[in-house]
Design a protein around this ligand. Structure first.
Ligand code: Z5A
Length: 222
């Protein structure tokens, strides 16, 4: 029989360390016997990954802002229906690098698009789904951009990496605003060294999932 799984999202500005943190969260759950899947947005299914290509690749014909917004939610609808909901129905822990809060922050606060339109699209794409926990990896914009630039090296900027520091400041502020409004958020100081970031994340997981934290390491449960 299937039962409800756990849906965890990670959010933050570029270079905050989300991809790095996903691996740590996955290890914490799998060491305690949970079956874990990691995914990302935009993307997560073959069709949604093709939409990701369109969203991230700079092209001669500029992507109109409403087209960007609707494509993000089209990709999300595919991801929710064909990957996230089936994984949760099978009792898995689904960990996702970015979700709807990124649309609120990037398209809403960053691009200035209508937040009520974003909420309407979210209702259609999510079909009642809400994260059990959202880890916001917060750090100063300049630091995130420097980390991302160091990692990128000589490779080209994607469509979002071309935006100004002001754009990313609005996004950081919106993430912090969302975190203050919704108890599902936990804010992590992502400017700290990697081991300290991991320790903060483990403390949050311990507090939010006490029954799983109490399982012996190496346990298996269904
Ligand atoms: N987007 C949107 O606009 N609307 C939406 O609804 C959604 C997305 C879902 C996806 O790009 C873009 O889509 C994104 C928003 C937009 N664009 N931006 N900006 P992506 O997936 O390619 O990029 P990203 O999500 O921004 O992630 P990222 O650049 O890969 O960053 P990250 O995952 O947060 O960081 P990381 O790769 O784990 O770490 C970056 C580097 O820092 C790396 O070399 C690490 O080793 C290092 N690092 C990590 N943690 C630390 C600490 N604690 N200390 C020192 N160094 C560290």
């Amino acid at each position: 029989m299937s039962h409800a799984g756990i849906f965890i999202t990670l959010e933050g500005v570029e270079g905050a360390g989300k991809s790095t943190a996903v691996a740590g969260v996955a290890a914490w759950f799998s060491q305690r016997g949970c079956v874990v899947e990691c995914s990302r947005e935009p993307g997560g299914t073959p069709l949604a990954e093709s939409m990701r290509q369109i969203l991230l690749t700079p092209t001669a014909e500029a992507l109109a802002e409403p087209a960007e917004l609707m494509l993000l939610f089209a990709a999300r609808a595919q991801h929710v229906a064909h990957r996230i909901k089936p994984a949760l129905a099978a009792g898995k822990v689904l960990i996702c690098d970015r979700f709807t809060d990124s649309s609120r922050a990037y398209q809403g606060a960053g691009r200035g698009m209508d937040q009520s339109l974003i909420e309407t699209l979210a209702t259609a794409a999510e079909q009642g789904l809400e994260p059990n926990l959202t880890l916001l990896l917060d750090l100063p914009v300049a630091e995130g951009l420097a980390r991302a630039a160091a990692r990128r090296g000589l490779s080209a900027h994607d469509r979002f990496e071309r935006e100004s520091a002001d754009f990313f400041e609005r996004i950081r502020a919106e993430f912090l605003h969302l975190a203050a409004q919704h108890p599902r958020f936990a804010v992590i100081d992502a400017a700290a060294p990697l081991v300290a970031v991991q320790a903060q994340i483990h403390a949050v997981l311990q507090a939010r999932f006490p029954l799983i934290a109490a399982l012996p390491l190496g346990a298996h449960h269904g």
